[in-house]
Design a protein. Structure first.
Length: 365
C-alpha cells in the first residue's frame, strides 16, 4: 500500500476547512497545511487536524504557494485539495481502493474535478487534473493563477472525482493578478490568454474577453482544447453583447478545430431558437444529445449541454412546430435528470392535455 501526504494552501477558510478535512483525514497518512495570511480561525482549525501547519507570505502567485506546500510532504505520493473541495462517500471508497492497489511505478493519477453541480445534484462542469503525484519526481506547479502541475512519466486516469463545493466567488481577484502581469510587461502564454479571457468574461468585460480569446486562437502554440473553448466562450461574449451573427460565426469556428461538441451544438440550437427557426434549432439540439464525451477527455465537459438542456429545448422547439408527441417525449427525457424541475413539471401537465388550449411551454435560457 502506498502512503499519501495531503498538501493544501489556505487563507481565511474557517467556514470550509473542517468540511474538507473530514472527508479525507482517514485516507491520507499526513496532512500539510500552508497558510498564506489568514486573519480568521483557519490556523486554529487546521491545528485540530495536524501539527504540520506552516506559513508562507502571499506574493500573488498560486504556483509558488502550492510548490511551497509540496516541500513539506514526506510520504510516497502527494494529494492536493483546496479548502472548498470535498471527497464524496463513493469517491472515498474508490480512493481507499486506489491507495491499496496502486502500482508504485505510476508517477501520477489523474482524477475528475467536478467543479460545479446544480440544485438537483447533477454535475455541471467536469474535467481531469493530475491529482495524486509521486513525491520523488518533484513535479512543479506553473502559472501565477489557473496553475497546473507539469507532470510527465507514467500517468493513469482514475474514475475518482474530487467535488468542488464553493460557497462564494472571489469576484475580480484573478483578473487583478493578470492585470499586474500586464503592468509588469510579462509575456502571456496561450494558456494565459485563454484563462484571462475566462476571467474577463465572468466579470462582464466581454469586448476585452473577445480580444484575449482571439489572441489565444491566433497563436500556433497552445493546447487545442483551450482553443476550442476559446471559440465557444467567445460566442458567449457575443451573445451577451447581442451580436447573434458573430456568436454563430464563433461557434462554427470551433468546428475548424474539432468535431462538433455538445457545448457548441446546444448554443447553435439556441441561436436559431431565438430567431424562431425551430426546425434548424431542433437539428442542432438533436446533434447535441448524440454526443458522448470521452471519459478520458481532459478538457471541460459541461454535462447539461448533452443531457437535460437540449431535451428541454427540443420540447420547446417541437411544441412550436406542432409535434406535441415529440415535445412530450423530450420533456420526459429532460425530467430523468431534473425530476423536480418546475418548468418540466409544467410542460408535462400541459402536454398531457395535448395542448388543446393556447399555452406556452417553459424553456431554459
Amino acid at each position: 500500500m502506498i502512503t499519501i501526504s495531503l498538501c493544501m494552501i489556505v487563507k481565511n477558510e474557517e467556514a470550509l476547512l473542517a468540511r474538507c478535512l473530514d472527508t479525507i483525514k482517514d485516507i491520507v497518512d499526513e496532512i500539510n497545511i500552508v497558510d498564506t495570511g489568514s486573519t480568521d480561525r483557519t490556523v486554529e482549525i487546521a491545528k485540530q487536524y495536524t501539527d504540520r501547519v506552516f506559513f508562507f507570505e502571499w506574493i500573488g502567485n498560486f504556483a509558488a504557494a502550492r510548490n511551497e506546500s509540496f516541500k513539506y510532504a514526506t510520504k510516497e505520493y502527494i494529494l492536493y485539495l483546496d479548502a472548498d473541495d470535498v471527497v464524496l462517500e463513493e469517491d472515498r471508497a474508490k480512493l481507499k481502493e486506489l491507495k491499496e492497489t496502486l502500482d508504485p511505478s505510476v508517477d501520477s493519477v489523474s482524477m475528475y474535478y467536478d467543479a460545479g453541480t446544480d440544485e438537483f445534484g447533477n454535475v455541471t462542469l467536469r474535467y481531469r487534473r493530475n491529482r495524486l503525484v509521486k513525491r520523488e519526481k518533484n513535479f512543479l506547479w506553473c502559472g501565477d493563477c489557473h496553475q497546473y502541475l507539469a507532470v510527465n512519466g507514467k500517468i493513469i486516469n482514475a474514475d475518482i472525482a474530487i467535488t468542488h463545493k464553493k460557497i462564494k466567488h472571489a469576484v475580480g481577484r484573478t483578473v487583478s493578478i493578470y492585470e499586474k502581469k500586464i503592468e509588469r510587461g510579462d509575456d502571456f502564454s496561450p494558456r494565459d490568454y485563454f484563462y484571462y479571457g475566462n476571467e474577463l468574461r465572468e466579470n462582464g468585460h466581454y469586448e476585452k474577453a473577445i480580444e484575449s480569446y482571439d489572441k489565444n486562437i491566433a497563436l500556433k502554440e497552445g493546447w487545442i482544447e483551450d482553443k476550442i473553448f476559446a471559440c465557444i466562450f467567445k460566442a458567449d461574449c457575443y451573445r451577451f453583447l447581442g451580436d447573434l451573427n458573430n456568436e454563430l460565426n464563433s461557434l462554427f469556428q470551433s468546428f475548424q478545430l474539432s468535431a462538433p461538441r455538445a457545448e457548441a451544438c446546444s448554443r447553435i440550437g439556441y441561436n436559431f431558437q431565438q430567431k424562431t427557426d425551430y426546425k434548424t434549432a431542433a437539428f442542432w439540439y438533436e446533434l447535441a444529445i448524440q454526443q458522448v464525451p470521452d471519459p478520458d477527455r481532459w478538457s471541460f465537459v459541461y454535462t447539461a449541454y448533452h443531457t437535460w438542456y437540449p431535451h428541454l429545448q427540443l420540447c420547446v422547439c417541437y411544441y412550436n412546430l406542432g409535434d406535441y408527441q415529440k415535445a412530450y417525449e423530450h420533456n420526459e427525457e429532460a425530467m430523468q435528470y431534473r425530476p423536480e424541475d418546475q418548468r418540466m413539471r409544467h410542460n408535462k401537465a400541459l402536454l398531457k392535455e395535448k395542448l388543446n388550449k393556447p399555452a406556452t411551454v417553459k424553456e431554459d435560457n
